[in-house]
Design a protein around this ligand. Structure first.
Ligand code: FAD
Length: 495
């Protein structure tokens, strides 16, 4: 079963839109007309799926309305010939408590795969394109170089950020630390430390950062990096271990599917896919939701809206959303990172790491797996700096060449990707706010608006911008909504 989302290219098929996924839901609708639900959840990414499941398990009748033909939102995997390519969110770790709880709940601990394998005997090492000169270094040198630069960049307080963010999951506990660095851009911070970086450090670290925030340097808040660093245990080895190591054997859609299936099994979750919401009208005693086709009106006592920050302003709310919410959505987060997969007929490249900054359309790649054909699966990222931003589907030869630029021997057999910033239901990749936005908007984004509640990885506590943040926020908001809807029966006290 193929979703409309994503693209695949092989020499034999050319570029084809739509790829198979475990996340496709067929038949696409299952609901009762004119039924008044307890809760309508808009959006079936991890935030929405968690909200649906928790509310349905707690006894509420829930309707999920999703614009796409599949679950998972920005985390989904194409499953091609039994092999998963994670198109968005991928890596998870036990330091991410909410997603770890889900893996434990569904007995998926034995389904973890280690993605980069740096020490394959006789395998490819790291190539760095430094001003047109290709250097070959070991993985240890790569780590030492990036770690050295990272520490200089982060060390604003002589304690590697610990005094600025003492509680990474609750940044509100030290707002003074937040405000000062939130107003600083990545460009501002780079200007402070650039002279202290060696040319190799500067090249490799800038390349790394370019695909972390996925924006122009002056558009990305430095605080977001400090926050990531604090969440990743304030050190570089953990940053790489938590951020880029463990993925799921069958891809993210396998986990999304478990959550969805558990919710459906309660008999209290209805759904309609391929149904983009257009209007949300709160009458005070209930809410009505209209889809883009205008045919169906869905009714509920409460709404939980989980659409991405960059999409929120495209929905019409009556009464209108508070100005801060709309303003934040219009400003949007800035991340336009491009993520692309290649299957290459080079088994030795399983241990490849390669950077091509600043001129590469793709900036960084590494071995992510071995396909059933015995080929190497490489995952690559590109930033959105002017002149090099890649829309991978636009000219597939350009995309192929961006991979080939990493290594002269590369033999590309297959390309797989999802263009997130061109996607009307995402309008960007993972959340990375502009300077000043955390201070100004974060609180407002979480607030309810009458009978409408909001849950999203883009405005969560803790792992904001990650799978974990989406699950955290979905669960948090489900509990608030359930408590409000629950009929509290006083316990009989007669003995
Ligand atoms: P979404 O998943 O975006 O869900 C929102 C849902 O709302 C979507 O399904 C969307 O279709 C739907 N929607 C939008 N508009 C409408 C409408 N009008 N009507 C109805 N429905 C609508 N996180 C990690 O933890 N690890 C990683 O390795 C990682 N890598 C990433 C790589 C990429 C390329 C991307 C894009 C993200 C990555 N992330 C990663 C981040 C993670 O994927 C997201 O933070 C998380 O999946 C967001 O979940 P969400 O439910 O908040 O939003």
């Amino acid at each position: 079963p193929k979703s409309r989302d994503g693209y695949q290219w092989t020499q034999a098929t050319g570029l084809v839109q739509g790829v198979p996924t475990l996340g496709l839901i067929q038949p696409s609708t299952h609901f009762t007309k004119n039924k008044r639900y307890d809760v309508i959840v808009i959006g079936g990414g991890y935030a929405g799926l968690t909200t649906c499941r928790d509310l349905a398990l707690a006894g509420n009748n829930v309707l999920l309305i999703e614009a796409r033909d599949r679950i998972g939102g920005r985390s989904w995997s194409s499953n091609i010939d039994g092999y998963p390519y994670d198109m968005g969110g991928t890596w998870v770790h036990w330091h991410q408590p909410f997603v770890w709880r889900e893996l434990r709940r569904y007995g998926m601990m034995d389904q973890l795969e280690v993605s980069p394998r740096k020490n394959v005997e006789g395998g490819a090492k790291v190539t760095v394109n430094l001003d047109g000169e290709v250097k070959h270094i070991s993985h240890d040198e790569e780590d030492a170089t990036v770690e050295s630069a990272f520490k200089k960049f982060i060390n604003v307080d002589g304690d590697f950020g610990r005094s600025v963010i003492p509680y990474p999951h609750d940044i509100e506990l030290n707002m003074a630390g937040v405000e000062k660095y939130d107003h600083m851009s990545m460009a501002d911070r780079m200007a402070q430390v650039a002279l202290h970086l060696t040319p190799l450090e500067k090249n490799m670290f800038e390349g790394f950062l370019a695909i972390t925030h996925g924006a122009k340097w002056e558009e990305a808040s430095f605080f977001e990096l400090l926050r990531w660093w604090a969440l990743m245990n304030y050190n570089y080895p953990d940053f790489m271990a938590i951020g880029l190591t463990y993925k799921l054997r069958d891809g993210q859609s396998a986990l999304a599917r478990r959550i969805f299936d558990e919710a459906v099994a309660t008999g209290r979750l209805d759904y309609t896919f391929s149904t983009p919401v257009m209007n949300v009208v709160d009458h005070g005693n209930g809410v009505e939701v209209t889809a883009r086709n205008g045919v169906e009106v869905f009714k509920a006592r409460r709404i939980v809206c989980t659409v991405p920050l960059n999409v929120l302003h495209t929905l019409a709310f009556t009464p209108a959303l508070p100005a801060l919410k709309t303003e934040a959505s219009l400003a949007g987060h800035v991340n336009k990172v491009v993520k692309c997969h290649a299957e290459v007929a080079n088994p030795e490249m399983r241990s490849l790491g390669a950077t091509n900054y600043p001129n590469g359309r793709l900036t960084y790649t590494f071995g992510d797996g071995t396909t059933p054909a015995g080929n190497t699966h490489l995952v690559a990222f590109g930033g959105s700096l002017p002149g090099v931003h890649l829309d991978p589907e636009q000219d597939i030869q350009v995309t192929k060449k961006a991979f080939e630029a990493f290594h002269p021997d590369m033999n590309v057999r297959r390309l797989v990707f999802h263009n997130w910033h061109k996607d009307e239901f995402a309008r960007g990749a993972w959340e990375w706010l502009r300077p000043g936005m955390t201070t100004k908007y974060l609180q407002a984004l979480r607030e309810r608006h009458g009978n409408v509640f909001f849950a999203s990885s883009d405005s969560s506590f803790g792992w904001r911008g990650f799978i974990d943040g989406a699950i955290d926020d979905g669960g948090r908001v489900a509990k608030i909504v359930h408590d409000e809807l629950r009929v509290v029966r006083p316990v009989a006290s007669k003995l």
